[in-house]
Design a protein around this ligand. Structure first.
Ligand code: ADP
Length: 159
C-alpha cells in the first residue's frame, strides 16, 4: 500500500491545495492530509475549523483522509505507516525552504521519501494568505476557494 502524507497549515484550504490533493490521490493508494497544529504561525482558523473545511472539501475522494497532528512530521508519517510526504512547489521561493526541510527529514527518517508536485499554472499565484488578505478588504474570493470555505472566511471577517 502506497500511503502518503500531504502536510500543511491549510489556513484555509484553497483550490491550489485541492489540486495537489487530487493529483496525489491518483498517484498513491491513500493520501492523508495532515493539518499541522501548534506551529509557529498563529492561524486564522482553529485546527478543528481547518479539519471541518478540509473534510467537506475532500468528501467525494474515497482514498483521501484528513487528520490533524502536532510535533514532528516524520513521527506522524511513521505512526500512520506512510512512506511518502507530498509537498507542492509554486515558485523558486518555495524551493530553498522545502529542500532544507526535505533533507532534514531524510536524515531523521531515511525510509520516507518526499515527492514534489509543481503547481498547476492556474494556481501558481494562489496562497491562503492572499485569499485572507483579499477577504479582509471585502474582495470576492469565490474563484480561489470552495464555496463553503469562502462562507467561513467571510464570517470571520464580519465578526
Ligand atoms: P505550509 O505552512 O506548510 O507551507 P500551506 O498550507 O501553506 O502550509 O501549504 C501546504 C502545501 O501546499 C505546501 O507544500 C505548499 O507549497 C502547497 N501549496 C500551497 N498553495 C499551493 C498552490 N497554489 N499550488 C500548489 N501547491 C500549493
Amino acid at each position: 500500500m502506497r500511503r502518503a502524507i500531504y502536510p500543511g497549515t491549510f489556513d484555509p484550504v484553497t483550490f491550489g491545495h485541492l489540486d495537489i490533493i487530487e493529483r496525489s490521490s491518483r498517484i498513491f493508494d491513500e493520501v492523508i492530509v495532515g493539518i499541522l497544529v501548534n506551529n509557529a504561525k498563529v492561524p486564522l482558523f482553529s485546527a478543528e475549523e481547518r479539519l471541518d473545511m478540509l473534510k467537506e472539501a475532500v468528501k467525494d475522494r474515497p482514498n483521501v483522509r484528513v487528520m490533524s497532528f502536532g510535533g514532528l512530521l516524520t513521527d506522524f508519517a511513521r505512526a500512520q505507516e506512510a512512506g511518502f510526504i507530498v509537498r507542492g512547489l509554486r515558485a523558486v521561493t518555495d524551493f530553498e525552504y522545502e529542500l532544507q526541510m526535505t533533507q532534514t527529514n531524510k536524515v531523521i527518517a531515511p525510509e520516507i521519501d518526499t515527492i514534489f508536485l509543481t503547481t498547476s499554472l492556474k494556481y501558481s499565484y494562489l496562497s491562503s494568505s492572499t485569499v485572507k488578505e483579499l477577504a479582509s478588504f471585502g474582495s470576492e474570493i469565490d474563484r480561489f476557494v470552495p464555496e463553503h470555505v469562502a462562507q467561513r472566511i467571510k464570517e470571520k471577517y464580519r465578526l
